[in-house]
Design a protein around this ligand. Structure first.
Ligand code: XIL
Length: 372
């Protein structure tokens, strides 16, 4: 079993993160980038310290242009995560070009408002810029992946206390841990892409929390059972090889019509805890395309679905953070894939399109307080 995570240093680093999700006090000033966020009041040793930090995915363009949205983010979020601004197509429009304008804008916004930033994401099959298809040898793939991680993670070292290093590693219906979703990385590096990415991130920022982020983990049914089993196997195999890893992100894009498998989800989370991995809820929203149109009814069902999920999770572990994939229905990815057949706008998020609080917000508030 892993030695690394049981070492005293790791314990201290993890304890500091668990307490504050903040910039580690052990980091020398010279190691902290210009983007470092001072510890936020939300995580200080006052009443708020007992609350699970809440955050949302944000879009830098909207933050720059929509002042009401920007104010709502400042008022409600202790954390933000870029919805797209730290993905490869934005950071790497061409092989030899790094574009940090949007990511830097977001980091400046966060620092000015004492909000923490999670990074998303370094190794993902999805949304890769076209030029990466020309990568054609193992050595080149390793150079590109590691080079990207070194450049991006060290730019924000000390300022991003948690990274989704690997996003969505598994195929939809995996047989086991080897059922990895095909990508340029699996094509050329096989399953080694995971340890390569995790080690490169740890090397570039030894204090950042390393997260593997996955979706469709919580529901009832054979496909979801297969996903839980394969993910657990994958995490165990990384642990057994001493690969640095600190947490699992449950995306939690909940489908209103799918049942949460309370027992199996809790068993899965207990196994995660036994591996000494933390849990984060990283992309919560409730996909409402099959729910009734009536808004009050729909909002209540959305809130209830999230409550079932959070209840199940929080009985077993205390998530280190709860983030929704957007704050307001004004900016949500859901209609890109799950438009309602009746043409009404989707309502998957804690605030409506007019930035009014919905029942989902109250549910999240409740579990931020209630968690074990
Ligand atoms: C989505 C964004 O929300 C969209 O705007 C983008 O076009 C595609 O990606 N799981 C993830 C996120 O990990 O990165 C995805 O974000 C949503 C599903």
């Amino acid at each position: 079993m892993t030695i690394r995570l049981n070492s005293r240093r790791d314990f201290l680093v993890r304890a500091a993160k668990a307490a504050a999700f903040g910039v580690s006090g052990t980091a020398g000033l010279s190691r902290v980038s210009a983007f470092a966020t001072p510890r936020t009041p939300a995580f200080a040793a006052d009443g708020n310290a007992r609350l699970i930090p809440y955050g949302a995915a944000v879009q830098s363009d909207a933050l720059a242009s929509d002042m009401a949205y920007r104010a709502a983010i400042i008022a409600n979020c202790q954390l933000i995560v870029p919805e797209g601004d730290m993905k490869w197509p934005i950071l790497r429009p061409a092989r030899n070009e790094y574009r940090f304008e949007k990511a830097d804008f977001l980091m400046d916004f966060a620092r000015q408002n004492k909000i923490e930033v999670r990074g998303h994401t370094l190794a993902w099959y999805g949304g890769m810029p076209a030029w990466t298809a020309a990568i054609d040898s193992r050595a080149e793939a390793e150079r590109e992946l590691v080079g990207h991680i070194e450049t991006v993670v060290s730019r924000y070292r000390g300022a991003i206390p948690s990274w989704d290093v690997v996003n969505e590693p598994l195929v939809d219906w995996p047989e086991d841990a080897t059922s990895l979703r095909p990508s340029i990385w699996t094509k050329l590096l096989g399953s080694d892409y995971l340890p390569i990415a995790l080690r490169a991130t740890a090397a570039a920022d030894p204090d950042t929390q390393l997260v593997i982020n996955e979706y469709d983990i919580e529901f009832k049914g054979p496909r979801f059972a297969a996903r839980r089993k394969a993910l657990l196997q994958l995490l165990r195999s990384l642990r057994d090889r001493d690969v640095p890893l600190h947490a699992v992100g449950l995306q939690a894009h909940l489908f209103a019509e799918r049942a949460i498998d309370n027992d199996e989800l809790q068993a899965f989370l207990a196994s995660i805890a036994a591996l000494k991995l933390d849990v984060l809820i990283t992309e919560l929203d409730v996909i409402d395309y099959e729910l009734p149109g009536k808004v009050s009814e729909r909002d209540a069902l959305v809130a209830r679905k999230a409550a079932q999920f959070l209840q199940s999770v929080c009985e077993v572990v205390r998530p280190k953070a709860i983030l929704t994939w957007g704050l307001s229905d004004r900016y949500t990815w859901v209609p890109m894939y799950f438009k309602r057949p009746d043409g009404m706008p989707n309502r998957p998020l804690p605030f409506d399109a007019d930035l009014k609080r919905k029942p989902l917000f109250d549910v999240i508030e409740e579990y931020r307080r209630k968690a074990v």
